[in-house]
Design a protein around this ligand. Sequence first.
Ligand SMILES: [Fe+2]
Length: 416
Amino acid sequence: MKKIYLGWLGSLLWLLSWSCLAAASPAPAQIVLTWSEEPATTQTISWKMDAGSGMVQYGEAAAKPAAVGAFRTVPAQAAVLATNLGEVKQFTATLRQLRPGVRYTYRVGDGVTWSAWRSFRTAPYQSSKVKFLVFGDSQSVTYQLWGNTLKKALQANPDAAFMVNMGDLVDVGQDYGQWKGWLEAGQGVIDSIPVVPVVGNHETYTPNRTYSRPQLFTSQLSLPRNGPAELRGQVYSLEYGDVHVAVLDSQMGEERAFVPYSLFLQQEWLKKDLAHSRKPWNIVLTHRPFYGNRKAKDSAALRNAFVPILQEAKVDVVFTAHEHVYARSVPLDGNGNGFPGTIHVATGRSGTKTYPDPVRQVWNENFYNPLDEPNYLTVEVGHTMLLVKAFKVSGALLDMWSLHKLRPAANQYSIF
Ligand SMILES: [Fe+2]
């Protein structure tokens, strides 16, 4: 950025912009937990702060924070994000060699100014039941409603281990103001349970109504780098307890100029990724649905690309978003060889945006358009059972269903 030859007005604007930036986060803000490495022994933490350096202080929650001797301090990596609202200082640290299944207390700061103490829990080392939350599109004009959805969901499910956001986290993905709203509204939740995010089409939109790589998604949410090289930070997988989660990027249209062979790359990757899964439950997350309830743009291309892979790997559930509707399919695309098929679940909306026109399809066993209030899902996974419930934010149960496996190869479907 040019700092000289601006004239007095330019200099004033320059100083104002820096004073505004400094005023934006003199203390740690927008703290968010993600996994960039293994969930049982690591935890990645990112935050914004106008500081020269950043660090995380942490220890097992059973120890008192005042017992500083029991706590460790690790330095964070600093990055300057170039955004449409100016440069933003971000810090990211990954805590490693944590003990599995243990609650840790942590705070972030620069060694002088610290956040309040927060906590997180590592994944268990051994197979055990896990509950996680799933949120459909959170894109909004302002993010108070999204924050309320999150907080109500966690209050009702304090045992949730992590949360999934199914894409279109924000309305304009290259507008930092949107992300600031999303991250600030999520405080109290996204700084205590890790976020597993999916890229949506809106993550590729710029304030100038052009397409971009989802740079503010990949630069602010540090994720496993085990996807295709061309889609690092956008396509990835992770495992927690008995579940393997593979995350796709269905923006092949918006990202065509940047990743021309996106579907092919993801096909090759997903085949290998699922072949390596030794978990009894395999779940795929994709923003755009393979079986839509609205315009269904790109659904045929996605089905052609991925359904044979779902069949081969016996994928149990595909969670989708994009159409802001809740819809659950019967098992689809069984292989006629003991695999009854994959349940496709459109996960609704967690922000303000609704659509009046989604329609129930013949393959839907449950359909609900959440025009009245946002909704969320809980997913509970044990070794032999996967139980999904869909709730309105106010608490009403919209749907409940489960899958059972007596043996990993014997997939039996039932509805309560
Ligand atoms: Fe979308």
